[in-house]
Design a protein around this ligand. Structure first.
Ligand code: C5P
Length: 228
């Protein structure tokens, strides 16, 4: 049973890198950001006002969420309905921080995350049992005892370029500018509840600004090997 925790800001590449690391090691993969996104979509679909903190917390506690943890096909379902695409729309992205900064929501989702991570049957897709969990507070709060803990960072320029490519398919000056406000504002809003820009004690920082995807995956795998 191995647990690998990866945190980082938006655009750091943590989702794709964590998924690749999990696939290489035969481990499960947990995208905790997808859980906050699903919680947001659930509240919106249930007609709950996002500024009604008590109603949001109650809705999230009752949320019928299922997380698929196969890195080859990670899924997110609400009441049996596949919402993998719906949780990534700009409408959800624009308001997710509002739900994620609700402390009762965080308590509930952290409880569910710890249960998934502690499940001894998790993973084993090609032999190894355990999980790579990624987000903003995994190295510090959700799994501070993880076997390996990585903070994946990248320069603002690199993060904006990557997010622009992801959202607009190009990274020219206009598209990067259009992405800037969204990425930086979300980081600022998220920073009020998690300190994911600075590595906590024992957490290894990997800076991917000048690394390509494969090099970043290798860098994280090296941290995991050293921790073994
Ligand atoms: O990683 P992703 O961009 O999908 O995360 C969506 C949102 O979920 C973040 O902007 C943040 O508000 C929230 N989040 C969080 N704690 C985590 C993971 C994500 O607050 N561990």
């Amino acid at each position: 049973m191995v647990t690998i925790a990866v945190d980082g800001p938006s655009g750091s590449g943590k989702s794709s890198v964590s998924k690749a690391v999990a696939a290489r090691l035969g481990l499960a993969y947990l995208d905790t950001g997808a859980m906050y996104r699903a919680a947001t979509l659930w509240c919106v679909r249930s007609g709950v006002a996002l500024d009604d903190t008590a109603a949001v917390a109650a809705a999230v506690r009752a949320m019928p969420l299922e997380m698929g943890v196969d890195p080859a096909a990670p899924g997110v379902a609400l009441d049996g309905d596949d919402v993998a695409a719906a949780i990534r729309t700009t409408d959800v992205t624009a308001v997710v921080s509002q739900v994620a900064t609700n402390l009762d929501v965080r308590d509930e989702l952290r409880r569910r995350q710890r249960a998934i991570i502690a499940d001894e049957t998790v993973g084993g897709f090609s032999g190894g049992h355990g999980i790579v969990a990624e987000g903003r507070d995994i190295t510090t709060v959700v799994a501070p005892d993880a076997d390996a803990r990585v903070l994946l960072v990248a320069s603002e320029e690199a993060r904006l370029r990557r997010r622009s490519l992801e959202v607009h398919g190009v990274a020219d000056a206009t598209s990067v500018e259009a992405t800037r406000d969204q990425v930086l504002r979300r980081d600022r809003d998220d920073s009020t509840v998690s300190t994911f820009h600075v590595a906590a004690d024992g957490v290894v920082t990997v800076d991917s600004s000048d690394l390509d995807f494969e090099q970043t995956v290798e860098a994280v795998l090296t941290v995991v090997e050293r921790a073994a």
